[in-house]
Design a protein around this ligand. Structure first.
Ligand code: SAM
Ligand code: SF4
Length: 443
């Protein structure tokens, strides 16, 4: 969007998970309150914010490259402010290393300091600033409302994680699990709905354990029921579900809810009990499959997605074959597949028997090949059936067509009118690839 010459512009880039995206929205919102207009034009920005991720080395390398590129813009415009926030900054000992590597950065903020961004922005007028608290000082971060008027929005329901999967850096950089009060969550969603939002995704590292720290007792199933009843909200999504905490009660609530979408993201991570135990996932392959059976029994149309890691330390060919086998048995509509990345400070980084890169790469490719075939088979089964689609806008690949998502979160491309953007329509599916459904509107 073009801006008047006197206006200050902020460009915010988010790397990593949906929580990082939500934090980036908060940072944009705070900047707007300080007079910056959101923009995508890096070359003419007055403030550039990068909200970072450190879950895998590949993400870190990409971000370091991007921060390096900004040196050129700072040289052209010394008034430009550069702010780096989030998980990468929060890693123990990372700040000093990063500061040395990127002296052109003006503001450094950890994951627990996002809500303090306004003060940091003010203080940066006087010179470089950095604030990285080891722990959150309040039970809950204050959450300014996300950008208004969006059709879809992310809403945090909990922060942090208590699970300590041995490969994962998240509990080390986002702290222990803290649930937001249901009243705050409901109030935020009501305000979003008033501003035109029709779909929310409830976010937590493990949404299923939401409420364990709340009194009087109130759990995720209770929250889903209350959010489902909010007038004007059409769709409710949630992620991520940890298999160990997916109760029958919760599956029942999802099955019977009116606006609760039939999509469950249930990361399995691995198919071998030995590896699951070394990952500290706290469930067995058999237990995981029993959860899948219960979902399929109570919600036959459910779209199930997953995360899988290959090449975890000591993973044998037999362990890996069990992962492939599990994938064939479940039939996921989509899987996010990752090569194990050693994260310093985690328990798995200290494990012996780290696997060589070529084995990890080869297994990842075999996994992707299998999942692509499964994703295609899943979508081909939808051909000839009609689905409700929330229309999001013109298709990126073909702007003459529209795009949107089913309740199962499958992407659909179809012909329609721009006036249908932001509405619910019925689409009959005529063709499918592994990633996309193609169809036409029905009456
Ligand atoms: N809390 C969510 C969960 O339990 O599934 C997601 C957390 S993490 C940001 C998203 C995914 O990244 C994980 O499910 C896992 O598959 C992957 N991941 C985390 N640490 C990793 C590592 N060290 N190497 C490769 N993949 C990793
Ligand atoms: Fe990481 Fe495990 Fe927590 Fe997910 S549940 S954030 S994978 S430690």
């Amino acid at each position: 969007m073009p801006t008047a010459k006197s206006e200050k512009r902020v460009v915010t880039l988010a790397y990593g998970c949906q929580m990082s995206e939500r934090d980036a929205d908060t940072l944009t919102e705070i900047s707007s309150q300080k007079g910056y207009t959101p923009s995508q034009d890096l070359e003419h920005a007055d403030l550039i914010i990068i909200n970072t991720c450190c879950v895998r080395e590949s993400a870190e390398n990409k971000i370091l490259g991007k921060i390096g590129e900004l040196k050129r813009l700072k040289a052209i415009n010394p008034q430009l402010k550069i702010a780096i926030s989030g998980c990468m900054v929060q890693q123990p000992g990372a700040l000093e290393r990063l500061k040395k590597r990127a002296p052109h950065v003006d503001i450094w903020a950890g994951t627990h300091n996002i809500h303090e961004f306004q003060r940091l922005l003010d203080e940066s007028d006087e010179g470089k600033v950095a604030e990285v608290w080891e722990k959150p000082k309040e039970t809950l971060e204050s959450v300014p409302l996300a950008e208004k008027g969006k059709l879809k929005a992310f809403v945090n329901i909990s922060y942090g994680c208590d699970n300590f999967c041995t490969y994962c850096i998240v509990p080390h950089v986002r702290g222990r699990e803290r649930s937001r009060h249901p009243q705050e969550i409901i109030a935020e969603i009501n305000a979003l709905v008033k501003s035109g939002c029709r779909e929310v995704t409830l976010l937590g590292q493990n949404v299923n354990s939401y409420g364990q720290d709340l009194q009087p007792p109130y759990d995720f199933a209770d929250l889903l029921k209350d959010v489902d009843a909010i007038p004007g909200l059409w769709r409710v999504r949630f992620m991520t579900s940890h298999p160990k905490d997916l109760s029958d009660k919760l599956i029942e609530v999802i099955a019977t809810g009116q606006h609760l979408c039939e999509h469950i993201h249930l990361p399995c991570q691995a198919g071998s009990n030995d590896i699951l135990q070394r990952m500290n996932r706290k469930y067995t392959r058999e237990y995981y499959l029993s959860r899948i059976d219960e979902i399929k029994k109570r919600i036959p149309q459910a779209s199930i997605t997953t995360d899988i890691i290959v090449g975890f330390p000591s993973e044998t060919e037999e362990d890996f074959a069990q992962t492939l086998d599990l994938i064939s048995e479940v039939t996921y509509s989509q899987a996010f597949t990752f090569m194990y990345s050693k994260r310093s400070g985690t328990a798995a980084a200290r494990m012996e028997e780290q696997l060589p890169l070529d084995i990890k790469k080869h297994r990842l490719q075999r996994l992707i090949n299998l999942q692509n075939a499964q994703s295609l088979a899943w979508r081909q089964k939808m051909i000839g059936h009609t689905y409700e689609v929330l229309v999001e806008g013109p298709s990126k690949a073909n702007p003459d067509r529209l795009t949107g998502r089913t309740r199962g979160n499958e992407l659909v491309v179809f012909s329609g009118e721009p006036r249908q953007i932001g509405t619910l329509v019925q689409v009959i599916i005529q063709d499918a690839s592994a990633w996309t459904l193609y169809g036409e509107l029905t009456e």
